[in-house]
Write a protein that binds this ligand. Structure first.
Ligand SMILES: Cc1cc2nc3c(=O)[nH]c(=O)nc-3n(C[C@H](O)[C@H](O)[C@H](O)COP(=O)(O)OP(=O)(O)OC[C@H]3O[C@@H](n4cnc5c(N)ncnc54)[C@H](O)[C@@H]3O)c2cc1C
Length: 524
């Protein structure tokens, strides 16, 4: 396949080479393809079908903040778009170079600059992978407490830029709770450093303005974050509830009683059937659904299709099933109950107390104790989801996830409203996670397909429109932790109204020539 040629001026490329060294500048086709996308399902679908989207003209790998500042200054002078690239695990097209230009891969900037074990803070460069940071912290008796399912393939800078939330966020908080200080290069090339302090009670909080801005206001080069001592003890609970409502009530009461589960997750009936509820390891293999290791439709399809079918036949059956969402959604009739899993970690006595209290709460609202095994199974498989999605695309369908959030009073309403809006359009299931004192997130997984890529894209868009419409009618918010990128940009004005003008004003001030990640987050 031949790609459109790079549009970058030779003079600009040569200056980039002077800044980072010739070995750290690439215009080759493989790199340009690789850096053209992240894990956004629409981009995966296009890629699988051999379509080429917008490409970066050049990719650079800076080694330090000064080099990033020089690159941005040069881009600003020449009005060249700049896209910061962490590890490309984003799911909303955040790194897609919509207007070409320079993609700045941050992964050479991976040093842990300081670990202050007394104050429990770590300062690290933005390009470090989450798993490598965590491993080093563990070696020194600490944990970051940030465990997104993408931990092996995502960076500290990406977490900050996309305001990420890890699976144990109920105990350790999200990136906005962890960050204490930042270093970032603004669109002018100026370096902004925010002071590191437990709290600063005056003026705007620049950390909070920069995080979640997805590379549109600055390139984050370094951050100081809170860490915790590595937990000496961990406990697991699992309960089966007769209804979503009962399970959500248990989650709410656990948080209201000031218990601090590391994770508390409730699966709806369909997701429960797939995750499995058995209290004994052996039993979990009894049904086709329980045999699946994760809540992924690709495996579901794979498991119901007879082996030995020709790939094209499998694709056709996959497409057919994807189109018969109404049929597959009726599977819930054959399911029984909603599984809740919870983990507690930290001091041994405290976790025992917390687990006992949580157990009493679950029993009080009608939960049936399933012992620790289902929760331990979730723990063992908690990152596996990341490796199954490609099967769905192989089967000719598209899988995507939607993570809305709202306050407790509206949680069941939001869940039912979205399922109703989507059930005729896609196979859809959900789990509830990231619990707070005041509410939680609902994470929907949906699968759809049609007879051609254009129709599948249209079907995918229709699901998002229906789901976000339902979410806004109920008073939920359109993203809990995946961010906006370009795929959700069309919903930004609906959700933010007048405050989009303020966002735009910040953009104008921090990136006057609009070179930073243009076309993202609904910014002009
Ligand atoms: C299988 C899977 C599971 C996932 N699970 C979770 C999860 O549990 N929790 C969660 O929060 N997310 C999850 N995600 C989404 C994704 O991993 C997060 O959004 C993550 O924060 C992205 O990090 P990254 O380094 O890959 O960033 P990228 O995808 O490279 O970039 C994301 C955005 O941030 C910008 N950016 C990246 N680095 C910088 C920087 N240094 N300065 C300024 N801007 C920057 C990019 O321009 C882009 O707009 C998951 C994704 C996948 C594919």
């Amino acid at each position: 396949m031949s790609l459109p040629s790079s549009q970058i001026a030779i003079e600009l490329r040569d200056k980039l080479r002077e800044i980072v060294g010739e070995a750290h500048v690439s215009q080759n086709d493989h790199d340009r393809m690789t850096y053209s996308r992240d894990n956004a399902p629409v981009l995966n679908l296009s890629y699988n079908e051999g379509r080429v989207g917008p490409l970066p003209d050049v990719i650079v790998w800076p080694a330090n903040t000064e080099q990033v500042a020089q690159i941005v200054r040069l881009a600003n002078e020449t009005r060249t778009p700049i896209v910061a690239f962490g590890a490309g695990s984003g799911v909303c097209g955040g790194v897609a170079p919509l207007r070409g230009g320079v993609t700045v891969d941050m992964k050479r900037m991976k040093k842990i600059v300081d670990l202050d074990e007394e104050s429990l803070t770590v300062t690290a460069e933005a390009g470090i992978l989450g798993q490598l940071l965590e491993m080093e912290l563990n070696r020194r008796g600490c944990t970051m407490g940030h465990f997104p399912s993408s931990i092996y393939s995502s960076t500290l800078g990406g977490y900050l830029a996309a305001r990420s939330a890890g699976q144990l966020s109920a105990k350790y908080g999200k990136m906005e709770d962890m960050v204490m200080g930042l270093e970032a290069v603004l669109g002018t090339g100026e370096v902004l450093r925010t002071p590191t302090a437990p709290r600063r009670p005056f003026g705007p909080d620049w950390n909070q303005i920069l995080i979640g801005s997805e590379g549109t206001l600055g390139v984050i080069t370094q951050a100081t974050c809170r860490v915790r001592p590595y937990p000496p003890s961990r406990r697991f609970l699992s309960f089966l509830f007769p209804t979503i409502e009962a399970g959500v009530e248990a989650m709410r009461l656990i948080m209201r009683h000031d218990l601090r589960p590391a994770a508390v997750r409730l699966y709806d009936e369909l997701d429960t059937a797939i995750v499995g509820t058995s209290s004994k390891e052996g039993e979990s293999k009894e049904s086709v659904l329980n045999a699946l290791p994760t809540s992924q439709f690709g495996d579901l399809l794979a498991s119901v299709l007879p082996g030995g079918l020709l790939p094209s036949a499998i694709k056709r059956v996959g497409r057919f099933l994807g189109q018969r969402a109404d049929l597959i959604n009726t599977l819930e009739r054959f399911t029984k109950g909603c599984l809740l899993v919870a983990t507690f970690e930290g001091d041994d006595e405290l976790t025992q107390e917390e687990a006992t209290l949580a157990q009493l709460i679950c029993e009080k609202v009608g939960g049936k104790d399933k012992g620790p095994d289902p929760a331990m199974r979730w723990w063992k498989n908690r990152y596996h989801v990341s490796y199954f999605q490609s099967k769905v695309f192989y089967h000719g369908a598209i899988v995507d996830t939607i993570e809305f959030a709202c306050t407790w009073r509206r949680v069941p309403q939001l869940y039912h409203a979205v399922r109703e809006a989507v059930r005729g359009l896609a196979f859809i299931m959900a789990h509830f996670s990231h619990a707070y004192l005041d509410g939680c997130s609902i994470y929907f997984t949906f699968v759809t397909s049609a007879t051609s890529i254009d129709k599948t894209e249209a079907a995918h868009r229709a699901v998002w429109d229906a789901a976000v419409g339902a979410c806004h009618r109920v008073g939920g918010t359109l993203s809990h932790h995946h961010g906006i990128g370009f795929t959700k940009a069309r919903f930004m004005y609906d959700e933010h109204g007048a405050s989009m003008g303020l966002f735009q004003a910040f953009k104008k001030e921090m990136d006057p020539n609009g070179i930073l990640n243009p076309g993202k987050m609904g910014l002009a």
